[in-house]
Design a protein around this ligand. Structure first.
Ligand SMILES: Cc1cc2nc3c(=O)[nH]c(=O)nc-3n(C[C@H](O)[C@H](O)[C@H](O)COP(=O)(O)OP(=O)(O)OC[C@H]3O[C@@H](n4cnc5c(N)ncnc54)[C@H](O)[C@@H]3O)c2cc1C
Length: 300
């Protein structure tokens, strides 16, 4: 991509634009090379300008939430990376419906609902990332997925047009909302219910305790690496195959939770990816199970 496209990015919006932005600073696994340009549009109008320009000039782009489900390769990302966390993070409620913009941290949505005495989002307590990332990934825990409380979402299509889609017109699968390429989630409306605050807080406390006990939260990671296959939890198969503590360089299968790969400090994306491939190979050889990745690998 030529320098011209990089400059164009900063002329288009008032929001910040970073060039050759080190992606390891923007994702929870702390790996990855630079993105040509990292754009922080401050409003839907600015985002529309960016999307239309990218489409006209055929600049590839990618939406980054908080990067908690990503591995960015070591040579980084060509084209534009667009992040909505600087401007698009309003939240409001009407009755038992809460509406949150895509750039809002998912935990702010959860906290807001708890404060208002609304129940429905407790299982999501502790899942990092943004509202947009959560909806895109159909994030879930304890048998509940975001789709279960989602009423509708507002999207920007690849030509900048904005559409609202009710739940009935959306297609979800395990850890995924199926969208046409380049469509962007702008906000979600969540149907919650009035609940008893003490009971809500009690549920949150127990989910949070299990999370702290089971997950290696003191190391950089991208959460669960593999989707749970129909045969049972991926972590169970990885543990049974004796792979806890298995390492490639500074990337290691967590001793605490076998479906987490942790960065011991200076891991490269290449090490994380090689470790994922080795785990996949070993589980296939030992158990005949093909693990599918939950985490997304982007860049070159
Ligand atoms: C410690 C830890 C614990 C975790 N626990 C859980 C868990 O219990 N359950 C669970 O489901 N996940 C879990 N995760 C994974 C991750 O937090 C979720 O998948 C989260 O929803 C990702 O949000 P994000 O904003 O970080 O998205 P990113 O990682 O930035 O992006 C993920 C995908 O969503 C797309 N995307 C992001 N925003 C938008 C948007 N506005 N429009 C269109 N596409 C978009 C991106 O392009 C990318 O393809 C965990 C991760 C960590 C590090």
């Amino acid at each position: 991509m030529s320098r011209d496209y990089k400059k164009a990015a900063s002329g288009l919006i008032k929001g910040r634009v970073l060039f050759d932005a080190p992606m390891k600073q923007f994702i929870s696994m702390k790996v990855g090379g630079p993105a040509d340009s990292l754009l922080f549009p401050r409003s839907v109008d600015e985002l529309r300008k960016v999307v239309r320009y990218a489409r006209r000039k055929k600049i590839p782009f990618f939406i980054l939430g908080k990067g908690t489900n990503l591995v960015v390769r070591d040579k980084g990302v060509r084209g534009w990376v667009i992040n909505l966390t600087q401007g698009m993070k309003k939240i409001q409620m009407e009755g038992e419906v809460v509406e949150a913009e895509a750039g809002l941290p998912l935990q702010r949505l959860v906290q807001f609902s708890i404060q208002k005495g609304l129940t429905g989002l407790e299982p999501f307590f502790g899942i990092p990332g943004t509202v947009g990332g959560g909806v895109a990934m159909n994030a879930g825990a304890w048998g509940v997925e975001l789709k279960d409380v989602l009423l509708s979402i507002t999207l920007m299509k690849e030509d900048g047009e904005i559409v609202e889609k009710p739940h009935s017109r959306l297609r979800f699968s395990y850890r995924r909302l199926i969208l046409p390429p380049s469509w962007i989630i702008l906000k979600g409306r969540f149907q919650l219910k009035k609940g008893k605050k003490e009971e809500i807080l009690e549920r949150v406390k127990s989910y949070s305790e299990i999370r702290k006990r089971k997950q290696p939260l003191d190391y950089p990671s991208a959460g669960s690496i593999f989707k749970n296959p129909k045969e049972g939890p991926a972590g169970k198969w990885i543990e049974e195959a004796g792979l806890k503590g298995f390492r490639v360089g500074q990337a290691m299968v967590s001793e605490r939770h076998a479906n987490f790969i942790i960065n011991l400090g200076k891991a490269k994306a290449e090490e994380v990816i090689r470790l994922m491939e080795l785990v996949e190979k070993k589980i296939y050889e030992k158990k005949g199970i093909s693990l599918e990745r939950e985490v997304k690998v982007v860049g070159e």
